[in-house]
Design a binder for this molecule. Structure first.
Ligand SMILES: [Zn+2]
Length: 268
């Protein structure tokens, strides 16, 4: 039975000289594997639509173990992604995360839109790559169920502080007063470390955040999907925001990404 899906190619593995195995994130079926027969030949009618990071419409046959292409048509190739090595490396990182967190045989409309929005923004290079990266990291965690509690201090419930102490594993914030009441001795260790790196309180990673970073996190998690990258950060808040989003992702997904190391090694 034929089925038609729209999806973005997240991964490709060469099979012999002419074929590829694709991992595609679709709105309708989540993450699927597609055996793409003969697509490495330049004259293949499916050559363009099966390129890495291309968003295409596929008409498929087969079953959940492996699908085969009857027809496919490119919708968007995000050509600008390939303009620089850092932008390509960021696309690879986003694709690797999407592969990791996506489900099979289940709707993944929200995740697909998030990946497409990110690719679009990278391709037209309208925002700093680090901002796109951080906003993607935080938003994707919110979408898969790791929404931090951004209402206010986890102990006293108040909000609006100069500094917020973010418990990375718990995804909760505390105000200065409540935090120091619970964690006496924190200040001494904080002074010995780079604040952007956070510090460990017992086994828990705590990152002190400024008000503007807290506001940016709230924005990224609650804005409309199409407004995700439509915010700016003052220079001094940027490094803090980028760092906390990455640490939150690595902590919550409990793994490292080779593509992240690569991105860091090539970015300007
Ligand atoms: Zn408090």
């Amino acid at each position: 039975m034929l089925k038609t899906v729209k999806g973005v190619v997240l991964r490709e593995v060469d099979i012999g000289d002419y074929d590829k195995m694709l991992t595609v994130l679709t709105a309708e079926q989540g993450r699927i594997s597609i055996f793409a027969n003969g697509v490495k030949r330049l004259k293949s009618p499916h050559f363009v639509a099966t390129q890495l990071y291309t968003y295409s419409e596929f008409t498929l046959y087969g079953s959940r173990d492996k699908y085969y292409i009857r027809e496919c048509t490119k919708i968007e190739s995000f050509f600008g992604l390939r303009d620089t090595l850092p932008s390509l490396a960021l696309a690879a990182y986003i694709a690797e995360i999407a592969c990791d967190v996506s489900l099979e045989e289940q709707e993944e409309d929200t995740l697909l839109r998030l990946v497409l929005n990110s690719f679009y923004c990278i391709a037209k290079s309208s925002k700093p790559l680090d901002l796109i990266k951080a906003a993607f990291e935080l938003r994707v965690l919110g979408e898969i169920g790791f929404m931090p509690d951004l209402v206010g201090c986890a102990d006293c419930g108040k909000s609006d502080f100069e500094t917020y102490f973010f418990d990375v594993e718990g995804g909760t914030f505390r105000c200065d007063d409540c935090f120091h009441r619970a964690e006496p001795g924190f200040e001494a260790s904080l002074n010995r470390q780079n604040e952007n790196e956070g510090i460990y309180s017992g086994s828990r990673l705590i990152i002190p955040l400024s008000r503007s970073v807290f506001v940016a996190m709230r924005y990224v998690l609650y804005c409309k999907p199409e407004r995700l990258f439509a915010f700016e950060l003052k220079d001094e808040a940027q490094a803090e925001f980028y760092s906390v989003c990455e640490k939150y992702l690595i902590t919550r997904l409990e793994r490292n990404f080779a593509s992240l190391d690569f991105y860091k090694s090539v970015k300007q």
